[in-house]
Design a protein around this ligand. Structure first.
Ligand code: AMP
Length: 455
């Protein structure tokens, strides 16, 4: 359904702008890129995953749509990903192809010469997320999952003529931007990664977009709020924000309303394994004196032993290569996913109370400390490692640390980590003679956090 809608828009909207990021394109150009990609992908047997390595450019979008039209699952990998990690992803996914979208030029073709492979059960994309067992894991999402998400998103947000997001195309938050925007005939503005590090360029990009909607994490909103000109008289077009991915503090909402009175703010919740977001709620002023809810409970969510369990049409197919993972289960003929999130339902409101495991969100990035520990342990000279986050006064994780017992120098270890992990997963390393143990003989993370948090 959603792919058909996009195909129609590519056919009909001609010179209307479809995308602005590192470069830009119209609907006609995007259609020609997608069709060209379909032609170039012809030799690859249906259902073979294709790794798309790239940034936020029209060609990357063209390859992504080309894969979906051709019936090939794509695995988006950000071009800033170090090659060491890319190799691990390739081994995990067993990908038939890696396409470096910056190197392989698409020979444009006529969209009318292509059609869409129809099979809603097939995998449409695979998003790689941090894995506690030491390797990234791939979440396989079907076209039916994507359709279900887009229906829900449309119900929550409606259409936007210009939607602006910051998430890398390798993260599922970008799905909330790309598919609904293109299916609604809007223009997708996507902030290029290197611009995020330059506040002047980023501000100019955001203001010039004249966006109606922002799709972002609360961390990104805090970054935007450091720019004084991010306010209604400079961006009067902005009328709604879709938040997802991490805790939305009431303070962030109040600061946004100071700059943009009357702004519609929606807080959405869901893991990648349930296709971007399954629940959402519009935040109103009367909610802002306490912890904000993250959704309105319905029959697709329940709490079991304090854990949020999700069901319904958005539950992904599973992890690639491990479709039998215990996190996905069936009950009474229906599929469910154990989120690992602690939660409560009060009246009809869904609240998130943290995690049951060590997974954390840092600046919106999902991180399994266990994955970083495994990578550290695989390095020569490292005999023990404990990765933990330092929190700010409000209890939000703000930086990543690791205690390591090793024979070599910390700087050399950090350099090795950078070859294997993305920058947001590189902790500040502290060399110890041994890790502190608790009474159960396990690493005492609380002690480490307390010790380094004070520094
Ligand atoms: P990801 O798979 O990267 O989308 O991360 C999903 C996880 O982010 C969830 O399992 C939650 O732990 C957290 N999360 C997502 N949305 C929210 C929210 N609105 N409030 C609190 N935590 C959230």
């Amino acid at each position: 359904m959603i792919l058909k809608k996009i195909y129609e828009k590519l056919t009909l909207l001609g010179d209307r702008m479809a995308f602005v990021g590192e470069d830009s394109c119209t609907y006609r150009e995007l259609g020609e890129l997608a069709a060209g990609a379909v032609m170039m992908l012809r030799q690859i047997p249906e259902s073979t995953p294709v790794i798309l390595y790239g940034g936020k450019c029209a060609a990357m979008l063209g390859w992504m749509l080309g894969c979906t039209f051709a019936g090939l699952p794509y695995v988006p990998v950000d071009s800033r990903t170090p090659t060491g990690r890319l190799e691990i992803i390739q081994a995990e996914v067993g990908a038939g192809r890696i396409i470096d979208t910056r190197q392989i030029e698409i020979k444009k073709a006529a969209l009318s010469d292509t059609s869409i492979v129809e099979n809603v059960g097939r995998t449409v994309y695979v998003i790689m997320t941090s894995g506690s067992s030491g390797k990234p894991k791939g979440v396989a999402v079907s076209e039916a999952n994507l359709d279900a998400f887009c229906d829900r998103y449309h119900h929550w947000m409606g259409d936007a003529s210009v939607s602006l997001g910051h998430a890398s195309f390798a993260f599922d938050l970008s799905v909330a931007d790309i598919y609904p925007t293109l299916a609604g005939g809007g223009c997708l503005y996507s902030i290029p990664a290197d611009m995020v590090e330059n506040s002047t360029l980023m501000r100019d990009f955001v203001l010039a977009s004249e966006c109606e909607r922002l799709v972002m994490t609360p961390s990104f909103a805090r970054l935007l709020l450091t720019e004084p000109s991010f306010r209604k008289d400079r961006l009067s077009s902005l009328n709604s924000v879709f938040f997802c991915g991490e805790v939305l503090p009431a303070k962030t909402v109040l600061r946004l309303w100071e700059r943009f009175p009357g702004l519609r703010i929606v807080n959405a919740y869901g893991p990648t394994e349930c296709t971007v977001a399954t629940h959402a709620i519009e935040i109103t002023a009367d909610m802002t004196d306490r912890v904000l809810p993250a959704g309105i409970a319905d029959d697709s969510v329940f709490i079991e032993n304090g854990e949020i369990i999700l069901g319904g049409r958005q539950i992904a197919l599973g992890y690639l290569g491990n479709l039998q993972s215990k996190a996905f289960f069936e009950r009474d003929g229906k599929r469910f996913y154990r989120t690992g999130d602690r939660g409560r339902i009060c009246g009809s409101l869904l609240y998130i109370d943290g995690r049951l495991d060590r997974q954390l969100k840092l600046q919106g990035y999902r991180i399994e400390p266990g994955e970083i520990e495994q990578v550290l342990l695989s390095l020569a000279g490292v005999s023990a490692a404990a990765v933990f986050a330092l929190h700010d006064r409000t209890g939000m994780p703000r930086s990543l640390c690791s205690a390591v017992v090793c024979s070599g120098e910390i700087e050399a270890l950090t350099d090795e980590l950078k070859k294997r992990l993305p920058m947001y997963m590189i902790p500040t390393l502290h060399k110890l003679d041994k890790l502190p143990m608790n009474a159960n003989g396990k690493c005492d993370y609380a002690k480490l956090e307390a010790a380094y948090g004070k520094q």
